[in-house]
Structure formats: C-alpha cells, structure tokens
Design a protein around this ligand. Structure first.
Ligand SMILES: *Cc1c(COP(=O)(O)O)cnc(C)c1O
Length: 380
C-alpha cells in the first residue's frame, strides 16, 4: 500500500531551492577550469529528488550525470534525453541490453563487468561507451592496479576505446591526507597507459582543493547540494534545503523531571519545551537525541538557535525554548530543522555523521516544494 498522500498542508515541509544547485554547479564549473563538470545525482539526487535535481543541473549547464543504479539512470534518461549518464555501480549481470537501449554508460569496475560489456559490443559490432574504473586505494569498486595490463589487453584485442578512465579518492575531504598524493600518483600511472582517453578523479572536495586532480572531468556531488565537502574549512556553497516542522504544543517542565524515552535528559532548571512534529520516522536521525552528557541536534525558532532535549522519537522531538523568555512560539508555528540557520553539517556533527547522510535520510512524510531562487533578481 502506498504511503498516505500529503494533502492537508498541516505537516512538515521541505523546500528545495533548485537555484542553489544551479549556482553551486556553476561555481564548481568555474573552479574546474578547462575540465568538464559532471554532476553526481545518485541516491535520489542526495535525497532532494533525482529528476528535479538533474533538470536544474542540466539547466545550469551539466551534461554528464553520475547515478548509482540503472533505475536511477532510467529516471535521468526519461527527464533528460540528451544527457550522458554513467552508472557508478557498474554493469549489473544481464543488464547490458537495458543499458544499450537507454544509453546508460556503465562504470566497469571488475573484469567480469568488462568481459560482459565487450561481449555486448561484439554482439552489436559497436564500441558502446563505458568508463573504466581503477581502484587506487578504496578497495571498494574498480580494477586492481595489477589487473591493468589484462584490462588493456582485453580492450586492445577487440579494438575497444573506453569513454573515460576514472578512480575515486578515499580522503579528499582531508586535503592534507597523504593518501591523496598516493592515489594521484597511482592514477597518473594508470592513465598514462590509456593515452587520449579522458580521465576523471575528483569528487567535490578534490574539485574545490586540488587543481592537479581535475583532469578532463570532475564529478562533484555533495557540494552541489550545499553540503560541506572539505573538513575544517568554511563551506562556500549555497544551502539548498529548508526543513520545517510545526510545533504541536508548548509545555513547562520542572527541575528534576526527565524528558522523553529512556529518561536520558533530566531538566537542570525549570524549562519551557516546544514539542515539534518531526521525528526519526521523517528522517530526523535518532542520533540527534540529547542527553545530559551529550548535546544533540538544534533548531531555529523566533530568531534563536535552540537545542534538542531528550530523545528524538518516531514522530516528534522536543526543543528547549526557555531562553526565548516571554517570546513564546504558538502551536502550529514552524520551526527550522534545516535551512539558512541550521546547516546540514550543523545537524550532522552532533549526530556523529556527515551532511550526506542528513540529506539522503530525508523522507516522504512532508510536503516537498521546489523553488528557484535564481529565477528572481539576485539580492545584493
Ligand atoms: C559519490 C561519488 C562522487 C561524488 O562525491 P562527493 O563527495 O559527493 O562530491 C564522485 N565519484 C564517485 C565514484 C562517487 O561515488
């Protein structure tokens, strides 16, 4: 049975600013200089909606899209008939005819994938475009470097030239991590064996920090959506999501009383709480819960950033509005959980996670509105 439709307008609301994606892509395109700037739209466009995100990025100028799965590829293909789509998870066994029919380009990650793709090419007597992915240090997907000569021989035997040769960085969010230099050196030695084939290494962080990693195409994801790509630096990207939920009720609690499941938070002063209609059933991570020992998530209401109190439960969370004094918000009033005053990384840090997970955790139990701030005259 499908989830109930959002019809009443009383619930939480997610507003996605597609103009932010456009500005972020254009900023990264500028930084990437002569390299092409692709766009990673996997995991439903990092939780924002793959079709809306892809269309906005296309409008910005993106033509190369990276998805994880063939289904995501179909969604982008239907929306953008003349885009180029790489499937990062690679070629699923038996899926070659689908990829060919929908013009999806697999990122070939293993010898069996390469073998199956070359068979498909021979069967159609056509050099079907695909990328070769070499593992330079992730131990996740990609050919082992010791397989390079086999890969080359298999391609040469049938006269196959790939569309692109790529690898993926393990530590790009820490620009000074020595693994970055090691991976760059290994990748450089791989691409030397594929002269004339475009190369791609950089995710958002490497696009922003390392010109020598741009090669012919960069593949940013998180930065397009406004998330922090590089640790320990000011994040220059424009935030793209605002998540607001209504206050259900205001309640006063006394010193010594506990709040929420597990009684993990005991009030240390007489407190005023607002109970907000957003919980882990909406993708608000339960690890944002606050105890007396650990600070949790935060919210923004009536001009103030205020802390979560107690556990996040399925449908609601509690915030401490004591410091607002007599400026008491009313039931129905919206509280910002993500947005201009609470960044995805503000909400990720106390949960011990990253902005990527905050965004991809976004769920369906709120209205989703897409706006385009770039369509209005720019504010100065
Ligand atoms: C997700 C992904 C990217 C984008 O990474 P960000 O850190 O979001 O910029 C690039 N390349 C590959 C292979 C990926 O899986």
């Amino acid at each position: 049975m499908p989830a109930p439709a959002i019809v009443t307008g009383y619930g939480a609301r997610l507003t996605v600013d597609l103009g932010a994606l456009i500005r972020n892509w254009q900023a990264l395109d500028k930084v990437s200089g002569g390299a092409l700037t692709g766009a990673c739209v996997k995991a439903d466009g990092y939780g924002l909606g793959i079709v809306a995100a892809s269309k906005a990025l296309y409008a910005a100028g993106a033509r190369f899209f990276f998805v994880a799965t063939p289904d995501e590829g179909l969604a982008v293909r239907a929306a953008l008939p003349d885009s180029y789509i790489f499937v990062l998870n690679g070629l699923y066994p038996g899926a070659a005819p689908l990829y060919v029919g929908e013009r999806l380009m697999p990122v070939l990650n293993s010898l069996p994938m390469l073998e199956e793709w070359l068979v498909a090419c021979l069967g159609r007597n056509e050099a079907l475009p695909a990328a070769l992915h070499f593992d330079t240090g992730m131990n996740r997907l990609g050919f082992r470097l010791s397989e390079t000569s086999v890969v080359k021989r298999m391609c040469d035997e049938v006269g196959y030239a790939p569309q692109m040769v790529m690898s993926h960085l393990a530590c790009a969010d820490q620009p000074l991590h020595e693994k970055n230099r090691t991976q760059l050196a290994l990748f450089t030695s791989v691409i030397a064996q594929f002269p004339g084939i475009p190369a791609s290494l950089a995710n958002s962080a490497a696009t922003m920090t390392s010109r020598d990693m741009h090669f012919q195409m960069v593949r940013p994801g998180i930065a397009l959506y406004g998330g922090r790509a590089v640790n320990g630096r000011r994040n220059p990207m424009v935030p793209s999501v605002t998540l607001e939920a209504p206050i259900l009720m205001i309640r006063d609690g006394k010193t010594g009383e506990s709040v929420g499941y597990g009684a993990t938070y005991t009030l240390t002063r007489d407190s005023r709480l607002a109970i907000v209609a957003l919980g882990y059933g909406d993708g608000l991570l339960r690890s944002l819960s606050a105890s007396n020992q650990h600070a949790g998530g935060r919210a923004f209401v009536r001009g103030h950033t205020v802390p979560f109190i107690g556990r996040v439960s399925m449908d609601m969370c509690a915030i401490d509005i004591t410091d607002l004094g007599d400026d008491i918000p009313v039931p129905g009033e919206m509280v910002e959980l993500l947005g201009p005053h609470v960044s995805v990384d503000d909400q990720a840090d106390p949960a011990g996670t990253i902005g990527y997970e905050i965004l991809t955790a976004l769920k369906g139990r709120y209205s989703r509105t897409y706006v385009d701030s770039s369509a209005q005259p720019a504010a100065s």
